[in-house]
Design a protein around this ligand. Sequence first.
Ligand code: ADP
Ligand code: MG
Length: 352
Amino acid sequence: MRSTVPSAGAASTRQAQPVALVSGQRARGGPAQTSTSRSPFQVPATSCSKRCAFARLRGSQQRASVKTAAFQGAEDDFAASANDMTEARILVVTSGKGGVGKTTSSANLGMSIARLGYKVCLIDADIGLRNLDLLLGLENRILYTAIDILDGECRLDQALIRDKRWKNLSLLSMSRNRQRYNVTRAHMVQLCEAIIALGYQFIVLDCPAGIDVGFINAISPAKEALIVTTPEITSIRDADRVAGLLEANGIYNVKLLVNRVRPDMIQKNDMMSVKDVQEMLGIPLLGAIPEDPQVIISTNRGEPLVLQKQLSLSGIAFENAARRLIGKQDYFVDLNNPQKGLFQKLGEMFQN
Ligand SMILES: Nc1ncnc2c1ncn2[C@@H]1O[C@H](COP(=O)(O)OP(=O)(O)O)[C@@H](O)[C@H]1O
Ligand SMILES: [Mg+2]
């Protein structure tokens, strides 16, 4: 099922927009979804066996071939558009509510956009509780953070961690865990200006949860926003509040990503459909990501879903959202009948 929507680059107007991804009735108070993923932060420093288990998990990944079929043959085309890009884009990924998938979305969208030929910088804007580095498998390479730059301890290029798999993707963490600093809106703006001066075309800011100072700092340099929500009433209410705050802060180009969608529950009227969520919020839809155990596996391995050799449905959905974000695809992946993109199919044909 495909439905055409306005270009992802168009300015946001908070209006209901007809979409057809998965259908169903709105259901208040469906069963809460819980996360079963295990953060390595939960491992006590003294627990050797648990640490070893984590290392095994990480070691089991196969990083050798990261050029999946999905992008074979498509890269040249996108590289050309990346070169044509005149103005850098600064996107903040936000939600209000915690645990809805901001970091997962930032990592996968950032990686996808980098693979499409753009020079991307991911910023973990959470001061004191970073975790984007873990999702990208870059946690052991962070020597300096943005706070070290502000302290004059290092240069910007020293704090930017280049992904070894895709060199046009870099990560900047705002702080080490427990590192504190009075970061201001002006600091965030200066930081992004300096990153753009280094030639980055896309900055993706992974916003902390809440709507306090961390949120305000993270949205300050942003020109556009992606609101992530799950199809739960609590998350939707927070998303609505955040949408209002973004507008009040002059960010009008806002898109919606509905995460942890379960078509089986929607069919039984136990979960709101993507269409219902979109209509309630009145924000143009960028995409919908299904609930998928692969998300947890990829988090634990430090390998974004979009790098997997055999893309899972959530990987395909993230890839689709990334393409829509750069205006290269105007249809949605149908979560009930997932079809791989044309480029992916072609790539696989050539690989086999
Ligand atoms: N589509 C999904 N399917 C299954 N688990 C998910 C999905 N999206 C996120 N998660 C899990 O939800 C938890 C919170 O995700 P995260 O991206 O850290 O949220 P946030 O940054 O908003 O706090 C993580 O354990 C992650 O693995
Ligand atoms: Mg997060």
